[in-house]
Write a protein that binds this ligand. Structure first.
Ligand code: 2NL
Length: 364
């Protein structure tokens, strides 16, 4: 056996016997590294005569090939053995249900807004939105709210220190009506919209937060009357509370932006300390609860938006979303709505997947 063959047998034998990947790497460095034994042999080729090199060259290169191949083979064997061992040790039962990861959840106010959008979409209403920072023309003047109206007072409305480019006072909208004003001024009737969103009033106690949520509805078309208003609200409330025995009572009222105006009450009864909406408020054990404000859009408001009130009529209504949520889900503290306490949400059963659909049941 030649010297080269003896070295090859020794190196390949060591590599095949290497216990782990680190040992293989150490053998690779010792043989093929800069100062390795095989590298050293390759270097000797430089000092040989051409005749010697022709004899020794192929042998040394074959040695290098054989060592490199033995390293690759041993590595692959050790790696697959390591994988096998890992697979054998780590048992993974793919049939087990996935671990419960923390999920976000839908806030009751968002849930109710989604429910309202769903219900009104079924009656042909689109959802309209607009800015929360408004000017006093769209928030008050266009709505026939006089300059002297108390709602305009500094202590009821959050005003900004500066005016806009046209010199109008800027404020945080006190209702979503400006969205309807914008729609009437930019869209041809017929109009059927709801405007859900945040509104702001300088008010804070157990039943009032400075920010709350409102939904207003607006229909503008030819020949619209109070009958359309009453049917729409009745259909909406039956779908929302998911019961057929909802009874409405319309009481004459006053709003500058509607004429005539009506407060809408619903019959309810008390059950285990909870208000259950349904039934005639005049019946035994029942009472009436004010729920919405509504009316026929004042012809001045229609004219302010550039429409002819002799051609176009309509009805409008407004309702507090937070109150609707409290009533439907039996929550009793308005302020908890805005505390962001996840325990409170899960207590009332709000989960990430509770998105309303008419087919799945509105509050499913
Ligand atoms: C209430 C009162 C109401 C409206 C809102 C409205 C909007 C336009 C024109 C006419 Cl653009 N009306 N909105 C009408 C009546 C009542 O809300 O007590 N909400 C809780």
């Amino acid at each position: 056996m030649s010297e080269t063959q003896a070295l090859q047998a020794k190196l390949v034998g060591d590599i095949e016997a290497a216990a782990d990947l680190d040992a293989v790497e150490a053998l690779r460095v010792a043989a093929l590294g800069k100062a390795g034994s095989v590298t050293g042999l390759l270097k000797t080729l430089g000092g040989m005569t051409p005749e010697e090199r022709q004899v020794e060259g192929p042998k040394i290169h074959a040695l290098r090939e054989a060592v490199a191949e033995a390293i690759a083979t041993r590595r692959a064997t050790l790696e697959s053995a390591a994988l096998e061992a890992k697979l054998a040790a780590e048992r993974l039962d793919m049939t087990l249900p996935a671990a419960d990861a923390p999920k976000g959840s839908v806030h009751p106010v968002s849930q109710v807004m989604d429910e309202l959008a769903e219900i009104f979409a079924d009656m042909g209403f689109a959802v309209a939105t607009g800015p929360e920072i408004e000017d006093d023309w769209r928030n008050f003047t266009a709505l026939n709210i006089p300059e002297t109206h108390p709602a305009r007072a500094m202590h009821d409305t959050f005003y900004f220190p500066d005016t806009d480019k046209e010199g109008r006072a800027m404020l945080l909208r006190t209702h979503t009506s400006p969205v309807q004003i914008r729609t009437m001024m930019s869209q041809e009737p017929p109009i059927r919209i709801i405007a859900p969103g945040r509104v702001y009033r300088s008010d804070s106690d157990a039943t009032h937060t400075p920010m709350f949520h409102q939904v207003e509805g607006l229909v503008i078309d030819r020949g619209i009357h109070m009958g359309h208003l009453k049917w729409t609200l009745e259909t909406f409330l039956k779908a929302f509370f998911e019961r057929d025995d909802i009874v409405l009572r319309l009481r004459p009222s006053y709003f500058p932006f509607t004429e005539p105006s009506a407060e809408v009450d619903v019959g309810y009864r008390q059950e285990k300390g909870r208000r259950i909406v349904g039934g005639n408020g005049d019946d035994e054990g029942h009472a009436w609860m004010e729920l919405l404000g509504s009316g026929m859009v004042n012809r001045r408001v229609i004219a302010n938006c550039g429409l002819d009130p002799d051609v176009w009529q309509g009805f409008a209504f407004g309702v507090g979303v937070d109150r609707l949520a409290m009533l439907k889900y039996g929550m009793d503290d308005l302020r908890a709505f805005f505390d962001g306490d996840l325990r409170w949400l899960s207590h009332y059963g709000f989960g990430a997947l509770s998105v309303p659909t008419l087919s799945g049941g509105i509050s499913a």
